[in-house]
Write a protein that binds this ligand. Structure first.
Ligand code: SAM
Length: 287
């Protein structure tokens, strides 16, 4: 059965009385090269395992099943279970688990299902949970690599460098935890129903150590969030809310210039390394 063929999709879903849910981000792939290429790029092989989020009708699951030792797919929508029972009947190394990826203990599931083998996360993510799902996957520290399809603009944000228009707090968060790369684009006409945006597949390789060392990780992310929360403002003004009480306005400007930055610099010009320098000095001065 070609799980990306539009007639097959309509026939199978029709048989089970399934209706697409917009609120669950259900856009299924209709081009077989896409799930094949995602599965091929994710790094899994017969000695390792795949954890998939949102199998839908199972087109990516089937491709993972062909390459991985074992596959576990987390699906929120119970209405897809009878569909998946039919479409994945021949995939004996696949287990479907009902749940919300944002509420699951991902590390616990990997330990329980795969017993310590390397695990590769893979997904055509529903758009509405892209950021929290990637965050949960990275923070679980359970994966050798995370390969996900996301909205193209989000992929560009994930991989953006300091100073570019796509650069955001999430770009820096990702750079702290992983090496990120856009693998390929997927146009909107590869899905049913067709979304209003194009997609891209990104691969994140989690780092064993962050590329910068700071004594106060919480402060690092507080400063990044503040700097981007008001990105039209200068860094000095944007940091007023978090550092003003302890350093005062003049103290913040002094901090910024002592780090070697222009007093009127905007936060979006700072790299992760620059934020680490800023955090170290701010932490010392706040003691
Ligand atoms: N993998 C299929 C494909 O590529 O054709 C379907 C991808 S579709 C974009 C997203 C899938 O994620 C749907 O099956 C949807 O029901 C499921 N989903 C939505 N929210 C979820 C959540 N919080 N946890 C797990 N699965 C979720």
């Amino acid at each position: 059965m070609d799980l990306c063929n539009i007639d097959t999709i309509r026939a199978v879903l029709g048989r089970h009385g399934f209706r697409f849910s917009k609120s669950l981000g259900q856009n299924f792939l209709t081009e077989a090269w896409v799930p094949a290429r995602i599965a091929e790029s994710c790094g899994v092989d017969e000695t390792s395992c795949a954890l998939e989020v949102g199998p839908g009708m199972g087109c990516l699951t089937e491709q993972l099943s062909k390459r991985a030792g074992q596959v576990c797919s987390i699906e929120l929508d119970r209405a897809l279970f009878p569909v998946l029972e039919e479409t994945l009947a021949d995939c004996h190394n696949v287990e479907i688990v009902q749940g919300d990826v944002l509420k699951c203990d991902l590390a616990g599931i990997c330990r329980e299902k795969f017993g310590g083998k390397p695990v590769y996360a893979c997904a055509n993510l529903p758009y509405y949970i892209t950021t929290p799902a990637i965050t949960a996957m990275l923070e679980s520290k359970a994966f050798s690599a995370i390969t996900v399809m996301v909205q193209k603009e989000v992929a560009q944000r994930i991989c953006a460098c300091a100073g570019s228009s796509d650069y955001s707090a999430f770009s820096i968060y990702i750079a702290y935890y992983a090496q990120a790369e856009i693998l390929f684009d997927v146009p909107r006409d590869c899905f049913v129903p067709q979304p209003k945006v194009d997609s891209a597949v990104v691969r994140l390789i989690p780092r064993s150590e962050p590329p910068v060392q700071v004594s106060n990780e919480k402060l690092l992310f507080t400063l990044i969030k503040a700097a981007f929360g008001q990105r039209r403002k200068t860094l000095a003004n944007a940091l007023g809310g978090v550092l003003g009480a302890s350093l005062g306005k003049a103290g913040i400007v002094q901090l910024i210039t002592d780090c070697g930055f222009d007093a009127r610099i905007r936060g979006e010009k700072l790299s992760l390394e620059d934020f680490a320098v800023l955090t170290q000095l701010a932490d010392q001065r706040m003691q």
